[in-house]
Design a protein around this ligand. Structure first.
Ligand SMILES: [Mg+2]
Length: 126
């Protein structure tokens, strides 16, 4: 992997952020984290050249994951950033909506560490 090896984790639940960060660090990714969409968009503005993938919760106070995704997909500079939505729901309508907005995949909570690591690597290699 080139220098674009940063993953941004966005979730309003600190336990999910911590757990996810610990799993993904095993694969030597550099991890950035935040707890809301507004902060996520600010981090992407500053660091988009380093960010390979954003793992973003859908259900958050303030901006939802869909709104974050829409904002990311509206900028040409960010077109190579993969976005994986993180959700407790695996509703078909969420999956459809995410696809329409340009999501690269889904992780449904709860998840296992190995599942998460394999899935993220798969999306990055697409
Ligand atoms: Mg949430």
């Amino acid at each position: 992997m080139s220098k674009k090896n940063t993953i941004l984790i966005v979730d309003d639940e600190p336990d999910i952020v911590n757990l996810t960060e610990r799993f993904l660090q095993l694969d030597s990714f550099k991890i950035l984290t935040c707890s809301n969409g507004k902060e996520a968009i600010k981090i992407v503005e500053d660091k988009y050249k380093e960010i390979a993938l954003i793992l973003c919760d859908i259900m958050m106070p303030g901006l939802s994951g869909f709104e974050v995704l829409r904002s990311i997909r509206s900028k040409e500079d960010y077109k190579n950033i993969r976005v994986v939505l993180f959700t407790v729901k695996s509703f078909e309508e969420d999956i459809e909506k995410g696809k329409e907005l340009g999501a690269d995949g889904y992780i449904t909570k709860p998840f296992s560490g190995n599942e998460l690591r394999d899935y993220i690597k798969k999306v990055l290699n697409k």
